[in-house]
Structures are given as C-alpha cells and as structure tokens.
Ligand binder design. Structure first.
Ligand SMILES: CC(C)(COP(=O)(O)OP(=O)(O)OC[C@H]1O[C@@H](n2cnc3c(N)ncnc32)[C@H](O)[C@@H]1OP(=O)(O)O)[C@@H](O)C(=O)NCCC(=O)NCCS
Length: 153
C-alpha cells in the first residue's frame, strides 16, 4: 500500500536512509519537506505495518524532480521501486507534469537501470556533485507527451 509520508513515519524512514545512502538526510530535512516545502510530495510503501520503501519529489507545474527513492535492502529486486515510480507517474501526470528530472551517482547502476527502464535519458554530467566523495552525477530527464501512459510492463 502506498500512502503519503507522515511525521510519525520518520524514525523508520531515517533507519532506511542510513541503510540506503552514504549521506543520509536528517530528521530536519524530512520535517522541512513534509511540513514546509510547498513543492514536496513524499510517499511510503508498506507491507502490513512495515515501511519498506519510499519516494520523494518536488512538483512545480509541468516539472517534477525526484529527490529520493529508497528500498529496504532486504526487499530489493521485488518490484517495489517500480511500484513507487508508477505511482509517481500516475500522480504527476494527473497534475499536468510533463518533464521529470533527477540526479544519480554515476556508479549507481541499479538506480540508473531503474530510471532508464522508465524512459529517463542521461542528458548531462554534474562534476563532483556529491559532497561525501566528490562523485559525479548524471542529470537524467524524461519528457512525456500530454496524457501518454507512462507505466511499463
Ligand atoms: C535503486 C533501488 C531503489 C531499486 O529498488 P528495487 O525495489 O530493488 O527495484 P525493483 O525491484 O523495482 O527493480 C526495478 C528496476 O530497477 C533496476 N534494478 C533494480 N535492482 C537492480 C540491480 N541490482 N542491478 C541492475 N538493475 C537493477 C532494473 O531495471 C529493474 O527492472 P527489472 O526488474 O525489469 O530488471 C534500490 O536498489 C535502492 O534503494 N538503492 C539504494 C538507494 C538508491 O540508490 N536510490 C537511488 C538514488 S538516485
């Protein structure tokens, strides 16, 4: 089940952040996104009561930027990221979003493969984008036409 992320979810989200990312976001980062950022849209995916994946983005008229997606390492390779991406495209297209963008570490093959699967293309390189190890990022973009169906099988 996919639902909007709430403040009560954040202890578990921070646990997943630490499992998923070398530079995890802080509690304050998420509280800002949930309570103050008017462009923020964050969801969690639950199996029973347990949150196993989450996704965040900023939406502004016809543009959306994916800010984060993470899946519990114990539950990877089961289609949860795909489910979150499909949910995101449904929500965004219903709100008129046409252009999707994101940055991804150039070493992150699983995420790059996920994004390419959904039609994202590498359009640029941001040198030394990540502060922890100065790794480069690919800028990836997907443009969709009007009400085109963006889900994949
Ligand atoms: C990237 C990530 C979100 C994928 O989550 P997941 O639930 O395992 O992915 P899914 O099972 O839904 O797989 C969807 C697609 O992702 C790609 N993918 C997922 N894991 C992969 C792997 N280990 N190697 C290559 N491609 C992979 C494939 O294209 C896959 O499609 P397929 O099943 O048709 O081959 C997960 O590995 C993760 O949380 N990584 C750490 C956090 C992260 O790097 N987030 C992205 C930041 S930009």
């Amino acid at each position: 089940m996919i639902q909007r992320m709430e403040i009560a979810d954040l202890n578990r989200i921070l646990e997943l952040e630490r499992l998923c990312f070398s530079s995890p976001w802080s509690m304050d980062d998420f509280v800002y996104e949930l309570n103050e950022n008017p462009f923020g849209y964050y969801v969690v995916l639950r199996e029973g009561n347990n949150i196993i994946a989450y996704l965040g983005l900023w939406m502004d008229e016809e543009r959306a930027q994916i800010t984060t997606i993470g899946v519990d390492p114990a539950h990877r390779g089961k289609g949860y990221a795909k489910a979150l991406m499909e949910h995101m495209f449904d929500v965004c297209s219903s709100k008129g979003v046409r252009i999707y963008s994101l940055e991804v570490r150039i070493s992150n093959q699983s995420a790059i493969s996920l994004y390419k699967r959904f039609g994202f293309e590498q359009v640029g390189l941001r040198k030394a984008y990540y502060q922890d190890n100065h790794e480069d990022a690919y800028l990836m973009i997907k443009e969709s036409e009007g009400n085109e169906c963006v889900s994949v099988q």
